[in-house]
Design a protein around this ligand. Structure first.
Ligand code: PXP
Length: 239
């Protein structure tokens, strides 16, 4: 099964915003990332627009030819309006607070089940595929099923941390989580701290993954290897 690589381009926007101009050119880089073989682009606009701006998202939608995935917390009305107007291929709901540096936990799908159900129904009524960010935890995945989401995105920071110590132990909760998700007919995405060291093993153990979303390590590796080579290197981990 093909696992799509969706490149998170937040870090490119962070670099651009450091000087206030248009270098590097985010749109050009996103189009090039697609040309280099990535099957998707992910953005995570935040209310303070500290990296991806709302304007970026509208412009990206016009020029991308692969899948656009917009991540964010739907508690922000501005986020919901943006997604409904842009109509990306996929929206990934994350429970981040607006001032968080990066996502650091999945949804509690049981306490928020009704809220998630309503939000997911709204996006699905506009024909937007939905995914929700969850920890590799049985109860959270069963809760995710109740929300009506198409997919879950497994939060892989814990996997990445443990991988360096013991990869069998690191993958074990994710194997269990993936089995449950498959039984419940939920498609599986994954992301956070995936990199050239830990991605291949993750894919080998969870061959049914639909998509990985990777930003920080991939953009950092591109400083050494160049963007085209780096995208190719990541794609090679997924075969
Ligand atoms: N998935 C989600 C929901 C995220 O919030 C992020 C970070 O923005 C990623 C994936 C990508 O994580 P990383 O930048 O560590 O590859």
């Amino acid at each position: 099964m093909i696992t799509k690589l969706s490149v998170n381009i937040n870090k490119i926007a962070t670099l651009r915003n450091a000087r206030g101009g248009n270098i590097p050119n985010l749109l050009k880089m996103a189009i090039d990332i697609e040309r280099f073989g990535a099957q998707g682009i992910t953005v995570h606009p935040r209310p303070d627009e500290r990296h991806i701006t709302y304007k970026d998202v509208y412009e990206l939608k016009k020029c991308l030819t692969t899948e656009l995935n917009i991540e964010g917390n739907p508690q922000e009305k501005k986020f919901i309006d943006l997604v409904l107007e842009v109509k990306p291929h996929q929206v990934t709901l994350v429970p981040d607070l607006s001032n968080q540096i990066t996502s650091n936990h999945g949804w509690n799908t049981l306490t928020h089940v009704n809220y998630l159900k309503d939000t997911i129904a709204l996006f699905k009524s506009h024909h937007i595929r939905t995914s929700i960010f969850v920890d590799a935890d049985t109860a959270m995945i069963e809760g995710a099923k109740l929300t009506g989401t198409d997919r879950i995105e497994l939060y892989t920071e814990e996997y990445a941390r443990q991988f360096e110590l013991n990869k069998e132990l690191a993958i074990s909760p994710y194997l269990k989580a993936a089995n449950i998700a498959q039984q419940l007919k939920l498609d599986i995405n994954a992301g956070h701290d995936l990199n050239l060291q830990n991605l291949k093993y993750f894919k080998q153990k969870l061959p049914s993954l639909s998509e990985v979303s990777i930003g920080h390590a991939l953009i950092s590796d591109a400083l050494y290897f160049g963007l085209e080579n780096t995208v190719q290197l990541y794609l090679r981990q997924l075969v």
